[in-house]
Write a protein that binds this ligand. Sequence first.
Ligand SMILES: [Zn+2]
Length: 259
Amino acid sequence: MIKVYDGEVQKVLIKYKWCIMKTNHTLICDNCKHENPLFKSTCDNCSHYLRAAEVNLDLWKTIWSLFEKPTSTLRSIIFAEHKNYLVFLLVLFSIKINLINIVLNSAFLDNPFVKFSSSNLLFGSIFILVVTLILIKLITTTFNIGKKRTRFKDNLALTVYSFTPTVLAVIFLLPIEYAIFGINWFDYNPSPIIIKETTAYIFLIIELLMIVWSLFLLGRSFLIQTNSNAKAVASLVFLIAILFLSLNIIFSIYFSLLT
Ligand SMILES: [Zn+2]
């Protein structure tokens, strides 16, 4: 008797889990059972309302909710009609990726060209901004192969909002890091770890944790959009690798032309 009961419970649980999975990636119409893309608020087939309309994104509430309940917050970024702060966050994202690249070059590669300077900061950030737009366009095209439908502006918003933990470091940590370590925080000459070991490690660990959390959020976003772990991981690796590779290639070309 007990065995049969357990089996029944398991069946119900599997069915329930399947429903959650299904509704996480698509919206199923109550009226006609048609499957709709996540960004739709009315059914493609019968125009029935699928969900309450979400108009705006509150910046601080969204950033906080990304820590508390990542998946539902990422979905509400897709739902929002206006992607508020998109340009502002995209600019900060570009500056931060460029800064990480400058620090990595100084700390590990000792590349004489990629140094912290106002011209490198401006040039690199504008380059990253343009390449990000192109890569998200490409990623959206690959997501939409087959039946799946996602939008460019949703994928762009998911990317820059996923990086808000890392980007916040530009606003809150960078002024403190610069006040303590000055230019040495970027050029590692000498390394900030030699200057103030414990303080440097604390800041580096915070920055690293924020980057890991951002990558997790972006992976989650791509999973929501594709419903495929393989596609999500591949897109994440593709985006990050091409951003850093292309930035270093363009810096090399730029400086070989100058000298
Ligand atoms: Zn319908």
